[in-house]
Design a protein around this ligand. Structure first.
Ligand code: PEP
Ligand code: MN
Length: 264
């Protein structure tokens, strides 16, 4: 069902207020890796509003390799995040880690992100197939393109057609970068499916200085949108600071991304 053979016209996801994710428009989603506090949210919103970015990302349930790392503010943090975003016309993209979180999160979430560690959590995918809210499905850490498409099929076939795919880098033998952003996946996914393809260069390469060139490359390769990490003080971020852009870097990248998109 997610194949272009089944549906030729690209999927358009409508968020109301004139906001749509669709082929032919560049969608930008930005924000911290983790939601930390009210001031951080307010400062990020001010940055996004000044740049015309309509989606803010940020995790309140964080999948961390070590259980001793910051694991997020949970539902209370999400409620604060939602109230501040709604007052500013910003939509929220946030990770759902397990089935039991879907119902409590739903009133405060605009896009459910499925993280790379949950791409093949088939029970979670089944349940998200029944939800009337958009889903951003990330590619698994060592997942193939076909496995991503099968995971998408779980959600779509359950009845939820508001689905976006996300290339976020895969684990390879390379150790010079955190992951290997698979630019190849972009034209392949664009040909195989009608779903929007969003690229995450932050997790894809994991190194702040290289996020911008990978974002621009992803746009030239056909991405419909870019999701990336930004923070007022990246070196103080509770998670993923090394791959997080300052607001000045983010603003510069946004200008370049929009110019690059026009050249495509
Ligand atoms: C994130 O978006 O902060 C995240 C944990 O992403 P991924 O699941 O791609 O590692
Ligand atoms: Mn992160």
């Amino acid at each position: 069902l997610v194949s272009r053979k089944w549906k030729v016209n690209p999927t358009v996801i409508d968020f109301g207020d004139g906001l749509q994710v669709k082929e032919g428009e560049l969608t930008l989603m930005a924000g911290p890796c983790s939601i930390e506090n009210e001031e951080q949210i307010e400062k990020t919103i001010a940055h996004l509003v000044s740049q015309g970015v309509r989606f803010m990302r940020g995790g309140v349930f964080k999948p961390r390799s070590s259980p001793y790392s910051f694991r997020g503010l949970g539902l209370e943090g999400l409620k604060m995040f939602y109230q501040l975003c709604r007052a500013n016309g910003i939509k929220i993209v946030t990770e759902v880690m397990q089935v039991s979180q879907i119902v409590p999160m739903e009133p405060y979430t605009d896009v459910f992100q499925v993280g790379a560690r949950n791409t093949q959590n088939f029970n979670l995918l089944d349940e998200l197939g029944k939800v009337d809210k958009p889903v951003l499905l990330k590619r698994g850490i060592s997942g193939t393109i076909d496995e991503l498409l099968y995971s998408a099929e779980y959600i779509f076939s359950g009845g939820n057609e508001k689905l976006m795919l996300c290339e976020r880098g895969i684990r390879t033998y390379e150790t010079a970068s955190r992951n290997t952003l698979d630019l190849n996946a972009i034209p392949i996914l664009k040909e195989k499916t009608h779903l929007p393809v969003i690229v995450d260069p932050s997790h894809g390469i994991g190194i702040r200085d290289y996020v911008e060139p990978m974002a621009l490359a992803a746009i030239m390769a056909g991405a419909d949108g870019i999701i990336y990490e930004t923070h007022e003080k990246p070196e103080e971020a509770a998670s993923d600071g090394a791959q997080t852009l300052s607001f000045a870097e983010s603003a510069r990248m946004i200008q370049k991304m929009r110019k690059t998109f026009e050249l495509r």
